[in-house]
Design a protein around this ligand. Structure first.
Ligand code: HBI
Ligand code: FE
Length: 296
Protein backbone atom coordinates (compact mmCIF):
# COMPACT_ATOMS: atom_id res chain seq x y z
CA UNK A 1 0.00 0.00 0.00
CA UNK A 2 1.78 3.20 -1.02
CA UNK A 3 1.90 5.90 1.63
CA UNK A 4 -0.83 8.51 1.25
CA UNK A 5 0.20 12.11 0.42
CA UNK A 6 -0.29 14.80 3.05
CA UNK A 7 -3.81 15.90 3.98
CA UNK A 8 -3.18 19.61 4.55
CA UNK A 9 -6.13 21.14 6.38
CA UNK A 10 -6.92 24.39 8.20
CA UNK A 11 -5.05 24.54 11.51
CA UNK A 12 -7.54 24.70 14.39
CA UNK A 13 -6.27 27.47 16.67
CA UNK A 14 -7.86 29.44 19.51
CA UNK A 15 -8.46 32.14 16.89
CA UNK A 16 -10.43 29.69 14.74
CA UNK A 17 -9.37 28.04 11.48
CA UNK A 18 -6.09 29.25 10.04
CA UNK A 19 -5.63 28.21 6.42
CA UNK A 20 -2.41 26.40 5.50
CA UNK A 21 -1.29 26.71 1.89
CA UNK A 22 0.78 24.24 -0.14
CA UNK A 23 1.65 24.15 -3.84
CA UNK A 24 2.41 20.46 -4.42
CA UNK A 25 0.68 18.76 -7.36
CA UNK A 26 0.18 15.06 -6.66
CA UNK A 27 -1.21 11.92 -8.30
CA UNK A 28 -4.63 10.93 -6.93
CA UNK A 29 -3.85 8.01 -4.58
CA UNK A 30 -7.03 6.24 -5.64
CA UNK A 31 -5.92 2.76 -4.54
CA UNK A 32 -5.27 4.01 -1.02
CA UNK A 33 -8.78 5.38 -0.36
CA UNK A 34 -10.35 3.51 2.55
CA UNK A 35 -13.84 1.99 2.39
CA UNK A 36 -14.88 4.81 4.74
CA UNK A 37 -13.78 7.41 2.15
CA UNK A 38 -15.87 5.79 -0.59
CA UNK A 39 -18.80 5.55 1.87
CA UNK A 40 -18.51 9.28 2.63
CA UNK A 41 -18.51 10.02 -1.12
CA UNK A 42 -21.60 7.80 -1.59
CA UNK A 43 -23.50 9.38 1.29
CA UNK A 44 -22.79 12.96 0.11
CA UNK A 45 -23.41 12.12 -3.56
CA UNK A 46 -26.77 10.45 -2.95
CA UNK A 47 -27.93 13.19 -0.57
CA UNK A 48 -27.03 15.95 -2.98
CA UNK A 49 -28.35 14.19 -6.07
CA UNK A 50 -31.77 14.00 -4.34
CA UNK A 51 -31.83 17.60 -3.15
CA UNK A 52 -30.62 19.00 -6.49
CA UNK A 53 -33.50 17.64 -8.57
CA UNK A 54 -35.45 20.76 -9.58
CA UNK A 55 -32.83 23.00 -7.93
CA UNK A 56 -29.52 22.57 -9.79
CA UNK A 57 -28.98 24.09 -13.24
CA UNK A 58 -29.87 21.72 -16.06
CA UNK A 59 -26.24 21.51 -17.22
CA UNK A 60 -25.07 20.49 -13.74
CA UNK A 61 -27.31 17.44 -13.52
CA UNK A 62 -26.68 16.47 -17.17
CA UNK A 63 -22.92 16.72 -16.80
CA UNK A 64 -22.81 14.54 -13.67
CA UNK A 65 -24.08 11.80 -15.99
CA UNK A 66 -21.81 12.75 -18.89
CA UNK A 67 -18.86 12.21 -16.54
CA UNK A 68 -20.37 8.94 -15.41
CA UNK A 69 -20.07 10.03 -11.77
CA UNK A 70 -22.00 7.67 -9.44
CA UNK A 71 -22.25 7.12 -5.68
CA UNK A 72 -20.51 3.73 -6.11
CA UNK A 73 -16.97 5.03 -5.67
CA UNK A 74 -14.84 8.17 -5.61
CA UNK A 75 -14.27 9.01 -9.29
CA UNK A 76 -10.78 8.61 -10.77
CA UNK A 77 -9.26 11.90 -11.96
CA UNK A 78 -7.84 10.02 -14.98
CA UNK A 79 -11.34 8.97 -16.08
CA UNK A 80 -12.71 12.50 -15.71
CA UNK A 81 -9.68 13.94 -17.53
CA UNK A 82 -10.39 11.69 -20.52
CA UNK A 83 -13.82 13.34 -20.85
CA UNK A 84 -12.50 16.86 -20.25
CA UNK A 85 -9.61 16.48 -22.72
CA UNK A 86 -12.10 15.61 -25.49
CA UNK A 87 -14.43 18.53 -24.71
CA UNK A 88 -13.31 21.76 -23.04
CA UNK A 89 -9.61 20.92 -22.63
CA UNK A 90 -9.55 21.23 -18.84
CA UNK A 91 -7.40 18.90 -16.72
CA UNK A 92 -7.89 18.01 -13.05
CA UNK A 93 -4.71 17.99 -10.94
CA UNK A 94 -4.44 16.58 -7.41
CA UNK A 95 -3.48 18.96 -4.61
CA UNK A 96 -2.98 18.58 -0.84
CA UNK A 97 -5.38 21.40 0.07
CA UNK A 98 -5.56 25.18 -0.34
CA UNK A 99 -3.13 26.82 -2.80
CA UNK A 100 -1.66 30.29 -2.54
CA UNK A 101 -3.84 32.60 -4.66
CA UNK A 102 -1.32 33.18 -7.45
CA UNK A 103 -0.68 29.43 -7.79
CA UNK A 104 -4.43 28.83 -7.94
CA UNK A 105 -4.99 31.55 -10.55
CA UNK A 106 -2.09 30.28 -12.68
CA UNK A 107 -3.57 26.77 -12.76
CA UNK A 108 -6.98 28.12 -13.82
CA UNK A 109 -5.37 30.34 -16.48
CA UNK A 110 -3.86 27.13 -17.95
CA UNK A 111 -7.12 25.12 -17.74
CA UNK A 112 -5.87 23.07 -14.80
CA UNK A 113 -8.45 22.68 -12.01
CA UNK A 114 -6.91 21.81 -8.62
CA UNK A 115 -8.84 19.06 -6.82
CA UNK A 116 -8.10 18.18 -3.21
CA UNK A 117 -7.11 14.48 -3.17
CA UNK A 118 -8.69 13.74 0.25
CA UNK A 119 -12.35 13.58 1.27
CA UNK A 120 -13.74 14.86 4.59
CA UNK A 121 -13.98 12.57 7.60
CA UNK A 122 -17.41 11.16 8.60
CA UNK A 123 -17.63 13.64 11.51
CA UNK A 124 -17.30 16.50 8.99
CA UNK A 125 -20.10 15.21 6.75
CA UNK A 126 -22.37 18.22 7.33
CA UNK A 127 -19.81 20.99 7.32
CA UNK A 128 -16.18 21.44 6.46
CA UNK A 129 -14.57 24.89 6.37
CA UNK A 130 -12.35 24.26 3.35
CA UNK A 131 -12.58 22.60 -0.06
CA UNK A 132 -12.26 18.79 0.10
CA UNK A 133 -12.56 16.26 -2.74
CA UNK A 134 -16.35 16.22 -2.57
CA UNK A 135 -16.65 20.00 -2.88
CA UNK A 136 -14.10 20.17 -5.70
CA UNK A 137 -15.16 17.11 -7.70
CA UNK A 138 -18.93 17.13 -7.20
CA UNK A 139 -19.21 20.92 -6.85
CA UNK A 140 -16.84 22.32 -9.47
CA UNK A 141 -16.10 19.65 -12.09
CA UNK A 142 -19.53 19.11 -13.76
CA UNK A 143 -19.71 22.69 -15.05
CA UNK A 144 -16.20 22.47 -16.56
CA UNK A 145 -17.97 20.65 -19.42
CA UNK A 146 -20.15 23.71 -20.13
CA UNK A 147 -18.16 25.57 -22.85
CA UNK A 148 -18.83 29.21 -21.89
CA UNK A 149 -18.37 28.49 -18.18
CA UNK A 150 -15.14 26.60 -18.93
CA UNK A 151 -13.91 29.67 -20.85
CA UNK A 152 -14.98 31.94 -17.99
CA UNK A 153 -12.98 29.89 -15.48
CA UNK A 154 -9.85 30.27 -17.63
CA UNK A 155 -10.48 34.01 -18.16
CA UNK A 156 -10.99 34.34 -14.41
CA UNK A 157 -7.61 32.70 -13.76
CA UNK A 158 -5.86 34.99 -16.24
CA UNK A 159 -7.58 37.96 -14.59
CA UNK A 160 -6.42 36.72 -11.21
CA UNK A 161 -2.80 36.62 -12.31
CA UNK A 162 -3.13 40.23 -13.51
CA UNK A 163 -4.96 41.32 -10.35
CA UNK A 164 -2.24 39.75 -8.22
CA UNK A 165 0.29 42.03 -9.92
CA UNK A 166 -1.93 45.10 -9.39
CA UNK A 167 -2.37 44.62 -5.64
CA UNK A 168 -4.38 43.42 -2.67
CA UNK A 169 -7.46 45.60 -3.29
CA UNK A 170 -7.83 44.31 -6.85
CA UNK A 171 -7.55 40.76 -5.49
CA UNK A 172 -10.30 41.42 -2.94
CA UNK A 173 -12.57 42.72 -5.71
CA UNK A 174 -11.86 39.73 -7.94
CA UNK A 175 -12.25 37.18 -5.15
CA UNK A 176 -15.76 38.56 -4.58
CA UNK A 177 -16.56 37.85 -8.23
CA UNK A 178 -15.42 34.22 -7.80
CA UNK A 179 -17.41 33.92 -4.59
CA UNK A 180 -20.72 35.26 -6.00
CA UNK A 181 -20.50 33.34 -9.29
CA UNK A 182 -18.35 30.17 -9.25
CA UNK A 183 -19.09 29.38 -5.60
CA UNK A 184 -22.56 30.83 -4.89
CA UNK A 185 -24.08 31.74 -8.25
CA UNK A 186 -27.67 31.25 -9.40
CA UNK A 187 -28.84 31.21 -13.02
CA UNK A 188 -32.27 32.07 -14.47
CA UNK A 189 -33.47 29.14 -16.58
CA UNK A 190 -36.82 28.64 -18.23
CA UNK A 191 -38.22 26.78 -15.21
CA UNK A 192 -37.08 29.38 -12.66
CA UNK A 193 -33.90 30.19 -10.73
CA UNK A 194 -31.43 27.33 -10.60
CA UNK A 195 -28.11 26.72 -8.81
CA UNK A 196 -24.74 26.58 -10.55
CA UNK A 197 -22.44 27.68 -7.67
CA UNK A 198 -20.21 24.92 -6.29
CA UNK A 199 -20.42 26.06 -2.69
CA UNK A 200 -24.20 25.64 -2.87
CA UNK A 201 -24.43 22.36 -4.81
CA UNK A 202 -22.10 20.68 -2.33
CA UNK A 203 -24.26 21.77 0.62
CA UNK A 204 -27.69 20.26 1.34
CA UNK A 205 -28.96 23.08 3.52
CA UNK A 206 -27.86 25.89 1.28
CA UNK A 207 -29.25 24.17 -1.84
CA UNK A 208 -32.69 24.57 -0.26
CA UNK A 209 -32.12 27.90 1.50
CA UNK A 210 -30.83 29.77 -1.58
CA UNK A 211 -34.02 29.15 -3.59
CA UNK A 212 -36.76 28.70 -1.04
CA UNK A 213 -36.01 30.85 2.00
CA UNK A 214 -37.41 34.38 2.12
CA UNK A 215 -34.28 35.51 4.01
CA UNK A 216 -31.68 36.02 1.26
CA UNK A 217 -31.70 38.65 -1.48
CA UNK A 218 -31.57 37.42 -5.07
CA UNK A 219 -30.16 40.15 -7.28
CA UNK A 220 -29.53 40.30 -11.02
CA UNK A 221 -25.85 39.94 -12.04
CA UNK A 222 -24.02 43.29 -12.07
CA UNK A 223 -20.23 43.05 -12.24
CA UNK A 224 -19.29 46.20 -10.36
CA UNK A 225 -22.05 45.65 -7.77
CA UNK A 226 -20.67 42.16 -7.11
CA UNK A 227 -17.06 43.31 -6.84
CA UNK A 228 -18.13 45.88 -4.21
CA UNK A 229 -20.15 43.39 -2.14
CA UNK A 230 -18.65 41.79 0.96
CA UNK A 231 -19.41 38.16 1.90
CA UNK A 232 -19.24 35.81 4.87
CA UNK A 233 -17.53 32.41 4.63
CA UNK A 234 -19.10 30.67 7.60
CA UNK A 235 -22.87 31.17 7.12
CA UNK A 236 -25.43 30.84 4.34
CA UNK A 237 -25.12 33.79 1.95
CA UNK A 238 -27.29 36.85 2.62
CA UNK A 239 -27.30 37.69 -1.10
CA UNK A 240 -27.17 35.55 -4.24
CA UNK A 241 -26.52 37.02 -7.69
CA UNK A 242 -28.43 35.67 -10.69
CA UNK A 243 -27.00 35.40 -14.22
CA UNK A 244 -29.17 35.10 -17.34
CA UNK A 245 -26.67 32.81 -19.06
CA UNK A 246 -23.10 31.48 -18.76
CA UNK A 247 -22.34 33.69 -21.78
CA UNK A 248 -23.09 36.70 -19.56
CA UNK A 249 -20.16 35.71 -17.29
CA UNK A 250 -17.81 35.40 -20.26
CA UNK A 251 -18.90 38.77 -21.72
CA UNK A 252 -18.53 40.52 -18.35
CA UNK A 253 -14.94 39.37 -17.94
CA UNK A 254 -13.79 40.09 -21.50
CA UNK A 255 -12.68 43.72 -20.92
CA UNK A 256 -9.47 44.69 -19.09
CA UNK A 257 -10.38 45.19 -15.43
CA UNK A 258 -7.72 47.81 -14.67
CA UNK A 259 -10.12 50.77 -14.96
CA UNK A 260 -12.72 48.84 -12.93
CA UNK A 261 -10.25 48.42 -10.04
CA UNK A 262 -9.50 52.14 -10.10
CA UNK A 263 -13.22 52.95 -9.98
CA UNK A 264 -13.83 50.40 -7.19
CA UNK A 265 -10.97 51.83 -5.13
CA UNK A 266 -12.93 55.08 -4.92
CA UNK A 267 -16.18 53.40 -3.82
CA UNK A 268 -17.39 52.05 -0.48
CA UNK A 269 -17.79 48.28 -0.27
CA UNK A 270 -21.39 47.09 0.25
CA UNK A 271 -22.42 44.92 3.23
CA UNK A 272 -23.51 41.40 2.25
CA UNK A 273 -27.18 41.86 3.16
CA UNK A 274 -27.80 45.26 1.55
CA UNK A 275 -30.24 45.83 -1.34
CA UNK A 276 -29.66 48.96 -3.46
CA UNK A 277 -32.38 50.95 -5.22
CA UNK A 278 -30.56 50.16 -8.48
CA UNK A 279 -30.67 46.39 -7.93
CA UNK A 280 -32.82 44.10 -10.07
CA UNK A 281 -34.46 42.03 -7.32
CA UNK A 282 -35.83 38.52 -7.85
CA UNK A 283 -38.28 37.09 -5.37
CA UNK A 284 -38.07 33.45 -4.17
CA UNK A 285 -36.76 30.84 -6.61
CA UNK A 286 -39.63 31.35 -9.06
CA UNK A 287 -37.56 33.61 -11.30
CA UNK A 288 -39.93 36.55 -11.59
CA UNK A 289 -38.25 39.85 -10.88
CA UNK A 290 -38.97 43.49 -10.45
CA UNK A 291 -37.85 46.04 -13.03
CA UNK A 292 -34.78 48.07 -12.08
CA UNK A 293 -35.46 50.69 -9.41
CA UNK A 294 -38.56 48.68 -8.54
CA UNK A 295 -40.14 48.99 -5.09
CA UNK A 296 -38.34 46.84 -2.58
N1 HBI B 1 -6.95 26.64 -3.44
N2 HBI B 1 -7.10 24.34 -3.73
C1 HBI B 1 -7.69 25.55 -3.74
N3 HBI B 1 -8.99 25.66 -4.05
C2 HBI B 1 -9.63 26.86 -4.07
O1 HBI B 1 -10.83 26.95 -4.37
C3 HBI B 1 -8.88 28.02 -3.76
C4 HBI B 1 -7.52 27.87 -3.46
N4 HBI B 1 -6.79 28.96 -3.15
C5 HBI B 1 -7.32 30.32 -3.15
C6 HBI B 1 -8.79 30.34 -3.45
N5 HBI B 1 -9.47 29.25 -3.78
C7 HBI B 1 -9.60 31.60 -3.39
O2 HBI B 1 -8.96 32.58 -2.60
C8 HBI B 1 -9.84 32.16 -4.77
O3 HBI B 1 -10.82 33.17 -4.71
C9 HBI B 1 -8.59 32.71 -5.32
FE1 FE C 1 -14.73 25.89 -4.46
Amino acid sequence: MNAQPRRVEHQQTDKGNVPVYTTAVIEQPWASYAREDHATWAQLFERQQKVLVGRAAREFNENLHRFGMTPDAIPKFDDLNRVLRKTTGWELIGVEGLLPELTFFDHLANRRFPVTWWIRRPDQIDYISEPDLFHDLFGHVPLLLQPEFADYMQAYGAGGVKAHAIGADALVNLTRLYWYTVEFGLIKQNDGLRIYGSGIVSSKGESIHCLESTAPNRIGFDLMRIMRTRYRIDTYQKTYFVIDSYRQLMDATAPDFTPYYAQLAAQESIPAGTVLQSDFVYNRGTGEGWAKDGDI
